[in-house]
Design a protein around this ligand. Structure first.
Ligand code: SAH
Length: 357
């Protein structure tokens, strides 16, 4: 049977596990603190030696490890390829801003949303990540950053996977993330990006987890959106925007709309004007992303001039807009591509025991 992943458990659940091992309640707080520092059982100094051994032998404490790392010479961005306990691979990006370190996390191995421009979804979804595997990505990055006396300050759920398609584990992860005895990252420092799963968006607004919601819109109308994103066949833009308005009302936070500009598809000033019409009276901000070419799908990005024209048209219509800064241009392209390159090279979907060692 698989070992229980202790990093996914909250202090109450740890208390339960420890009581089954005949340990007193107060050990739960100690253990929780150590786990979230990424400390191996052998080094959990204030736990009795016998307990440390039992934890090391019978439980999983550190479910993620870095298999490969690339550092950008341009801006210090780091791209990590992580290996999970079962050999599956995920990836993430650490961005170094003047205000701190932002880590982009994956929430699933692959993705089943099928967006045409996205490399993460080309082979579908292999499985959901556990809460511990999401936290584990932060612990890996924190270990790297500790060498420079730094840590992860902001988290964006924008790596591989659709966070709201892994709802329970993501909510569990967010509650663990802001626990004062753990990594302790506040919800205001977290962004969750979704392709727009309406029922989950409505449920999430009730969780009292006021993270910034990023909505991958990428189109000014249903027709174009449906040509890019299969999820748009399930929920209309009106339904998605209504769920966004609800999120703003419930959390008081503005919504960020992600819009990847794709040559010949959605990048004309008339598209910008139509978009502005849809976003009227919505407390929001638009983030323009130059598309990272996905040759497998024949989609191309746009020129600087086209980006400027689009931005200007939005601004003239009174919409707050920025162009997303590209980071780590020299180390990789779109999300999901490092994993794909690795899988192509090795001809395998997972890493073998040998590579993992
Ligand atoms: N499933 C979530 C989060 C992961 S994708 C979502 O859909 O939002 C993170 C962001 O990267 C999304 O806005 C997604 O649409 C965008 N993206 C994916 N592939 C891209 C590409 N080739 N170029 C630019 N942005 C891309």
């Amino acid at each position: 049977m698989d070992k229980v992943d202790l990093l996914s458990l909250n202090p109450d659940e740890l208390e339960q596990v420890l009581s089954e091992l005949g340990e007193p309640k107060f050990r739960a707080k100690q253990l929780f603190g150590w786990l979230h520092k990424g400390v191996a059982p052998e080094e959990m100094r204030n736990l009795p030696a016998g307990l440390r051994t039992r934890i090391a032998e019978n439980f999983l404490t550190n479910p993620v490890r870095i298999l490969e790392e690339k550092v950008s010479k341009l801006d210090g961005t780091r791209k990590f390829l992580y290996a999970l306990e079962d050999g599956n691979l995920i990836e993430g990006v650490l961005m170094r801003y003047h205000y701190g370190n932002t880590l982009c996390l994956s929430t699933q191995v692959g993705c089943r949303m099928g967006c045409r421009f996205c490399a993460s979804t080309l082979e579908g979804c292999v499985r959901n990540l556990t809460a511990g595997e999401m936290l584990g990505q932060i612990l890996c990055a924190n270990r790297k950053l500790a060498e420079e006396g730094e840590r992860v300050g902001n988290v964006v759920l924008m790596g591989s996977g659709e966070p709201l398609d892994n709802y329970d584990n993501v909510v569990r992860f967010l509650r663990l993330l802001h626990h004062p005895d753990g990594v302790c990252i506040g919800m205001r420092s977290v962004s969750l990006s979704t392709c727009g799963l309406v029922p989950q968006m409505l449920a999430f607004a009730e969780e009292n987890l006021p993270v910034t919601l990023s909505l991958s819109l990428h189109a000014p109308d249903d027709e174009i959106r449906r040509s890019l994103m299969p999820v748009a066949n399930r929920y209309s833009m009106d339904e998605v925007l209504c769920a966004c308005r609800n999120y703003v009302k419930k959390t008081g936070r503005r919504v960020i709309f992600e819009y990847a500009l794709i040559h010949g598809v959605n990048s004309l000033p008339e598209h910008a004007r139509a978009l502005a019409g849809k976003l009227r009276n919505l407390q929001c901000h638009v983030n323009l992303i130059p598309l990272n070419d996905v040759p497998e799908r024949g989609l191309k990005g746009v020129s600087e001039k086209e980006i400027d024209r689009f931005r200007q048209a939005l601004e003239e219509a009174g919409i707050s807009v920025t162009r997303r800064r590209e980071m780590g241009d020299d180390i990789d392209g779109a999300c999901g591509q490092l994993r794909r390159h690795y899988l192509k090279q090795s001809g395998e979907n997972r890493v073998t025991g040998e590579e993992q060692a």
